[in-house]
Design a protein around this ligand. Structure first.
Ligand SMILES: NC(=O)c1ccc[n+]([C@@H]2O[C@H](COP(=O)([O-])OP(=O)(O)OC[C@H]3O[C@@H](n4cnc5c(N)ncnc54)[C@H](O)[C@@H]3O)[C@@H](O)[C@H]2O)c1
Length: 285
């Protein structure tokens, strides 16, 4: 079954990015935010992003209008009931996600796929609160969703082969290249990436080198497009901490034990780009 209508729950960095990707691929998208003002602001933000792409000649005006016309935003979860696939992309917290899966299972039509964009949490725990665990999987987009080619499709012990095939087909219809991975914290990319990011914070904390030199070293020495501290700011330090905590809970590997500086920055409200302050200051234009 091809996905014609996509529901997205969560209007943060990832929810809005995936909405743009799917609408550009021709799908109808309903984006649910808890507050109608946030939902409306997102649609306005999408309009601005599309207008910029028209200015840069990446999209013509008619296409931009068509993409914008395919996205609507709501504060009402019931508006997602006739979606073919609902992807949740709310805060990285298992209890919040489980509660949401229970509600979605009651509301969304029989046979629809329910998926999570979680970076690390056990997908099977979200599946078992539903009456359709075989129709639940992870569909993990990367940040920023419009630019990143990869999607990890996460298979739980209960996901059916049809579910995995449909999730892969959805990712491909979005213009992405899916890989399939078992339901282990961090999947492939974050399992390998986060020890590196965490150790970069440790180097900063130990004063091995300055912020700018750590980032410059990994760009110049490994040809990475951005340094680890800038990447943590892009991901969001709260989300990064939640990812490390989930990895540590699962594997007890000291490389996954969040460095105290990261935890203190989150406590201080320094969340990276989204709060204006992280390892870098984003408030000065
Ligand atoms: N940031 C990344 O780089 C990245 C990449 C891939 C996947 N993810 C995953 O995507 C999901 C969302 O991350 P994000 O970066 O968009 O986060 P974000 O902080 O930008 O947005 C989180 C969203 O969750 C909503 N929310 C918070 N508490 C909630 C609650 N109790 N009930 C319902 N909604 C609630 C917030 O209003 C917000 O819209 C997480 O599971 C994260 O692990 C993040």
């Amino acid at each position: 079954m091809a996905v014609e209508k996509l529901g997205i729950v969560g209007s943060g960095i990832m929810g809005s990015g995936v909405a743009e990707v799917a609408a550009r691929a021709g799908m109808t998208v309903v984006l649910r935010s808890r507050k109608q003002e946030t939902a409306d602001a997102l649609v306005a933000g999408l309009g601005r992003s599309l207008a910029k792409q028209v200015e840069r000649g990446k999209l013509d005006e008619a296409e931009a209008a068509a993409v914008a016309g395919r996205v609507s935003a709501t504060a009402d979860l019931e508006a997602l009931s006739d979606c073919d696939l609902v992807l949740e992309s709310v805060v990285e917290d298992l209890e919040t996600k489980k509660q949401l899966f229970g509600e979605l299972d009651r509301l969304v039509k029989d046979g629809a796929l329910l998926a999570t964009n979680t970076s690390t949490l056990p997908v099977v725990e979200m599946a078992i609160v539903t009456s359709r665990p075989e129709r639940v999987c992870g569909i993990h987009f990367f940040n920023p969703a419009p630019a990143m080619a990869l999607v990890e499709v996460v298979r739980t012990l209960l996901s059916s082969d049809e579910t995995i095939a449909e999730a892969k087909a959805f990712a491909e219809a979005c213009g992405k290249s899916p890989v399939v991975v078992e339901d282990r914290a961090g999947f492939i990319v974050n399992g390998l990436l986060f020890p590196y990011l965490n150790n970069a914070v440790r180097m900063l904390e130990n004063r091995t080198a300055s912020r700018d030199d750590i980032d410059a070293a990994m760009k110049g020495g490994c040809n990475f497009p951005m340094g680890p501290l800038a990447l943590l700011d892009l991901v969001g330090l709260d989300t990064s901490l939640a990812i490390l905590d989930a990895l540590y809970t699962e594997f007890r590997d000291p490389n996954y034990a969040a460095v105290p500086l990261l935890r203190r920055m989150v406590a201080a409200g320094h969340l990276g780009r989204k709060s204006g302050q992280g390892f870098y200051d984003y408030t000065k234009g």
